[in-house]
Write a protein that binds this ligand. Structure first.
Ligand code: ADP
Length: 639
């Protein structure tokens, strides 16, 4: 029932009728108004039972208007208990006078302007929702408060933003323009998420709203985009500012550009990761010992090397020493201590025992860091697992030792059989000479006595025998010379004047030189360290060959020497027939000849030369072109 106005009863009947009809009209009008207003209107009797509730009230209480009539106000709206509403309504009921009050009604989170007055034994109340107006007022107040401090805020590098509950920007302060690139007039009034990275906009909004809902604030990193398109990472600290009743009114956020910090952190993280990877690859770990705090920190690599888990082991100098192999402990301790005392460094290999009982060898290095006053601050260092390297080194050492021993044994064997062989060659060639000489003498005797007494063929046969025997004699003589070279030990070494050697050889070759018109010249020649007899054999063979293997012209032989590092390089040059390239190596072999019987020789001369040079620690080779002469070169150590 609509609370009605009543006409006074002490009026003339006509007037009363008119007034009544007028009142009905007004009451009807009033009812219509009350039905349609968006504000709440109620009326209750003296027992607090609804006599009227407009549709708005019914909707708020979740019942039909009809159902409400007769229902107790306190029963239909239990939330009212203890509120301003209850207090004031009861006062109106009791004191029968109207009141007007403004109140914040927590259960609905709203502000209300309430008019309550006595009516028909009960009370009626008209309730206006003023939340929006209230907010606007407070926002203006807050805006003003913030504006006052603009000057201070604008000095800050951080961007300070005030946004309303819909996310629209109200204030654009501090370093906002600098950070995002927009001037205040471009940003104000726009939804704050225009600053956020477009593809993450929804996510960011959801994240911020969820946090604010839960805790009244937000703290996190928000990917944003600068006006120039650059991506920036912003650390946002936002807090909702509440009104007097504790309701969120707007959001203030302090935003800091952490792009660079983040990049630095990222690259630090990356280089740490790389370091860890490198340490793993190199079986390396690093540690740091804060001397003043006596705190030791190990890298992941250290734990790996020691076979320990970071959660089960607290590194310290003492706990480290416990892991060191007992046999290496005293040394390790002493070396580290002395590095410590001398404010220096150490590099020391020691073994450790891992939890599984295995033993590893580490190369440990450490370096002391000092403060300006020279006091130790910390020691930093590395440990490298060199177990495998050590094992391989050991293996190599063992193999080498074995190998050396075998080589020694072999060399001794070879030396023995070589000596035997030399002995045999020497003895046999020496002893062979004897019967051969007999053969030669008697054949020659035979030839002399019985020439002409035998037939021509017999003479020829005797000639063959003599020639063969002579050749064999020459061969044996050379073999003897060859084996003598080997048999001569280092005891025969002395200072040898090569000039004297060449002079004596030239002398012995005078006849041959005269016969062929050979000219033997030499440059000044040095003194060397060698075996004189062998050097005579060497020059004798080379000069004799230079005469023997002459070309059409008379032999021109030239001997010279020059320094070559620690050695002397000798050359014996001739203008003879020369040697084909393919035979340059071969001619130094035993019995290797390029000529037939027509040219006398045994093929041993150059083999002897090679042996002599090599026994003196030198090298011999020939440089030659066919028909363009040859140069035999060899080195001998300086005296
Ligand atoms: P032999 O002279 O007794 O044959 P060598 O060992 O002294 O033996 O020489 C080997 C071969 O090298 C010779 O047969 C000859 O063909 C060649 N030879 C040596 N010296 C010369 C030289 N100065 N010029 C050309 N050929 C040479």
């Amino acid at each position: 029932m609509v609370p009605a106005l009543h006409a006074s009863t002490d009026l003339p009947p006509d007037e009363l009728r008119r007034q009544n009809s007028e009142l009905r009209r007004i009451n009807g009008l009033l009812a219509g108004i009350l039905e349609s207003v968006t504000e709440s209107f109620i009326a209750v009797d003296s027992n607090w039972r609804f006599t009227y509730a407009n549709p708005r009230v019914a909707a708020q209480l979740g019942r039909t208007e009809e159902a409400l009539i007769g229902t107790s106000l306190w029963e239909a709206a239990p939330d009212l208990a203890g509120s301003d509403f209850e207090l004031q309504y009861r006062m109106v009921m009791r004191e029968r006078r109207p009141v007007n009050f403004e109140t914040y009604y927590k259960p609905r989170g709203k502000w209300y302007d309430v008019h309550a007055f006595p009516a028909e034994g009960g009370i009626a109340a008209y309730v206006i929702d003023t939340t929006a107006r209230k907010r606007a007022e407070q926002l203006v107040l807050a805006d003003e408060a913030v504006k006052l401090s603009d000057q201070i805020l604008n000095q800050l590098p951080d961007a300070i933003l005030v946004t309303d509950l819909d996310g629209n920007i109200h204030q654009w302060l501090g370093g906002a323009e600098q950070m995002f690139g927009y001037a205040a007039q471009e940003a104000l009034g726009r939804p704050v998420d225009f600053l956020h990275l477009p593809e993450l906009r929804d996510d960011i909004r959801a994240r911020i709203l969820a946090d604010i809902e839960r805790s009244g604030g937000f703290f996190g990193e928000v990917p944003c985009v600068h006006k120039n398109g650059a991506r920036i990472l912003v650390e946002t600290k936002a807090k909702s500012v509440l009104d007097d009743s504790g309701q969120p009114l707007f959001l203030v956020s302090i935003n800091r550009d952490v792009t660079k910090r983040k990049q630095t952190e990222e690259s630090l993280k990356q280089s740490e990761a790389k370091l860890a990877e490198a340490q793993q690859l190199a079986h390396l770990g690093s540690w740091e010992w804060d001397v003043r705090e006596n705190k030791v920190a190990w890298s992941a690599g250290m734990y790996r090397i020691y076979g320990l888990e970071p959660h089960e082991f607290r590194p310290s100098y003492e706990s480290f020493l416990e892991r060191v192999h007992p046999e290496d402990r005293a040394d390790t301790q002493r070396i580290i201590q002395s590095a410590f005392d001398e404010r220096g460094s150490f590099d020391h290999d020691h073994r450790i025992i891992c939890p599984d009982g295995s033993v590893r060898t580490l190369q440990a290095r450490g370096q002391m860091s000092l403060d300006e006053a020279g006091h130790p601050i910390r020691m930093v260092g590395t440990a490298q697992d060199i177990t495998e390297r050590k094992r391989i080194e050991e293996e190599i050492r063992r193999l080498n030792a074995g190998l050396e021993k075998r080589v020694e044994e072999r060399t001794a064997d070879l030396q023995r059989s070589n000596d035997d062989l030399q002995q045999f060659a020497y003895v046999s060639s020496h002893d062979l000479q004897e019967p051969l000489r007999t053969i030669i003498s008697y054949t020659q005797l035979l030839e002399k006595r019985y020439r002409d007494r035998l037939d021509a063929q017999a003479d020829e046969f005797i000639g063959f025998v003599v020639e063969g025997a002579q050749r064999m004699s020459a061969l044996i003589a050379d073999l003897l010379a060859y084996s003598r070279v080997t048999n001569a030990g280092p005891s025969a070494l002395s200072f040898v004047d090569v000039e004297a050697v060449v002079a004596s050889v030239t002398m012995s070759l005078t006849t041959a030189a005269k016969e062929t018109g050979a000219e033997i010249r030499h440059d000044p020649l040095p003194t060397v360290c060698g075996d004189e007899y062998q050097l005579i054999v060497l020059f004798q063979n080379l000069i004799a060959n230079a005469i023997k293997y002459r070309g059409a012209d008379a032999p021109q032989i030239r001997i010279s020497a020059e320094r070559s590092g620690q050695d002397w390089l000798f050359s014996v040059h001739d203008n003879g027939i020369g040697i084909e390239t393919e035979y340059r190596e071969r001619i130094f072999g035993l019995f290797k000849r390029l000529h037939g019987r027509d040219v006398p020789g045994t093929g041993l001369g150059l083999a002897i030369c090679k042996k002599v040079v090599e026994r003196h620690g030198g090298r011999i080779w020939v440089e030659s072109q066919p028909r363009a002469g040859s140069t035999f070169r060899f080195t001998l150590p300086e005296a």
